[in-house]
Design a protein around this ligand. Structure first.
Ligand SMILES: N[C@@H](CCC(=O)N[C@@H](CS)C(=O)NCC(=O)O)C(=O)O
Length: 266
């Protein structure tokens, strides 16, 4: 599905004003990167985006480190206000507030719901994201490069599955179809790509029917579907039937070479 809201700009031109949008997303095709296109597609707000190329280590370039000293995507530039923000949770909160989106209900009109969105959002960036990320790292990067660590793999898969089950139970309680009930919120935007990557993390969600129904629904939702293609699609993360065996094999080889392995002997 092609986006009518997204427009690519070169990274070096990310600060240049355009008629298309006042903001520019600095992203790569990962679970955290996709949150921004999904957000803007869901809000229906035009956005520029620039690729931070991991192959060239652009996330560690001096100009990017000025925006995010942590050397990680995503980041957002707001040209109209001359501000930058990194950390996906902070970006989602900022953009939803700036564009007055119901994805973050107002604290003035519904304080409990506002706080619930933030609670689950902070949980995504501090618990679901890191456990899924480490499960994927130890299996898809370290192991492929000859560093097999069954204890670490088992620990992070177990923690990822615990988090995924929390979401499954929350969906059962909320009655769905979204994590917090009838309306889509930032929580769905933040959690989707990580949960959709259960295959890549080898997390078993077979007995999590509410989570699987929510994933199927969002895979078909035009905004989420389109968001997952920007900067580019990596269907192998989501496994069959989203990807063929050949796509999965190619991604296994490509992905492992993409990250620097930074370790220190204890
Ligand atoms: N807590 C951060 C995590 C960001 C993050 O881990 N980004 C990864 C991609 S998903 C990254 O930029 N990795 C580049 C690297 O490790 O060099 C957030 O929520 O934005």
């Amino acid at each position: 599905m092609t986006s009518t809201l997204a427009r690519r700009v070169p990274l070096e031109d990310a600060w240049n004003e355009t008629e298309h949008s006042e903001v520019c997303c600095l992203i790569y095709a990962t679970q955290n990167g996709w949150k921004l296109p999904i957000l803007f597609e869901e809000m229906g707000v035009p956005y520029d985006w620039a690729l931070v190329d991991f192959g060239k280590q652009e996330q560690r370039s001096p100009s990017f480190l000025k925006i995010n000293p942590n050397g990680r995507i995503p980041a957002l530039l707001d040209r109209a206000h001359s501000v930058t923000v990194a950390e996906s949770g902070a970006i989602l909160e900022y953009a939803a507030t700036r564009f007055d989106s119901p994805l973050l209900p107002s604290a003035k009109t519904d304080l409990q719901r506002h706080l619930q969105v933030k609670q689950w959002l902070y949980w995504q960036v501090s618990a679901l994201g890191p456990s899924m990320g480490q499960a994927m790292y130890f299996q898809r990067i370290a192991r492929v490069r000859g560093h097999d660590d069954p204890f670490a793999i088992g620990r992070f898969i177990a923690e990822a599955e615990r988090c995924l089950r929390m979401l499954n139970d929350q969906l059962a309680t909320s009655g769905g179809p979204f994590v917090l009930g009838k309306a889509c919120t930032l929580v769905d935007v933040a959690c989707f790509a990580y949960c959709a990557s259960a295959y890549w993390a080898n997390a078993d969600i077979a007995d999590m029917p509410h989570l699987r129904a929510w994933l199927d629904m969002l895979h078909e939702r035009p905004s989420f579907k389109t968001g997952l293609t920007i900067p580019f699609a990596r269907p192998a993360f989501f496994g069959p039937p989203h990807a063929t065996e050949a796509q999965i094999e190619a991604e296994i080889a490509r992905n492992a070479g993409q990250f620097k392995v930074i370790t220190k002997s204890p």
